[in-house]
Design a protein around this ligand. Structure first.
Ligand SMILES: [Zn+2]
Length: 156
């Protein structure tokens, strides 16, 4: 459960990048994170999900420009989403026989991914009042995946 929280916080950190860069048509990988105000690269130890925002009290280490609380909230919500879904997975596991565990966790993983995509879509829509087509396609694929795996889990 602790591991899923850490993983979720890291994914949340990446979702912040996606929400900021995907609609702008920028690369998701390069350049690395930098302060939009002073343009200085953010040091790895100032880029730890959740913890760094709290330690820096929501301000850039170099120039003191405020960093939106939304970054923290997105990391926290994603971390809780991962932890919650892994908890649900463990609960459902008690109702299944072990050969079905693979399908169950594939279902949980698909649902976790779908949640992240919808969350990204929601934030991008709030910012720009439009949705990138690539994200809509991903959401559609995930909905299909979740539906198919759910059907397999229900029958047999
Ligand atoms: Zn700065």
């Amino acid at each position: 459960m602790a591991w899923s929280f850490v993983l979720g916080a890291s994914v949340g950190s990446f979702l912040n990048v996606v929400v900021y860069r995907l609609p702008a048509g920028k690369s998701l990988l390069r350049p690395g994170s930098h302060c939009p105000h002073c343009k200085k690269a953010i040091r790895p130890w100032h880029n730890v999900p959740i913890i760094s925002w709290l330690l820096l009290r929501g301000r850039c280490f170099d120039c003191g420009a405020p960093i939106s609380v939304r970054y923290l909230l997105v990391e926290l919500i994603t971390a809780l989403w991962f932890t919650f879904m892994v908890g649900i997975g463990f609960c459902l596991q008690t109702e299944l026989v072990s050969p079905r565990f693979g399908i169950l966790w594939a279902f949980v993983a698909n649902l976790v991914v779908l949640g992240c995509e919808v969350f990204c879509g929601l934030l991008i829509f709030l910012d720009r009042e439009k949705l990138p087509r690539s994200l809509m396609a991903l959401i559609l694929v995930s909905v299909l995946g979740v539906g198919i795996l759910f059907a397999i889990l229900r029958t047999s």
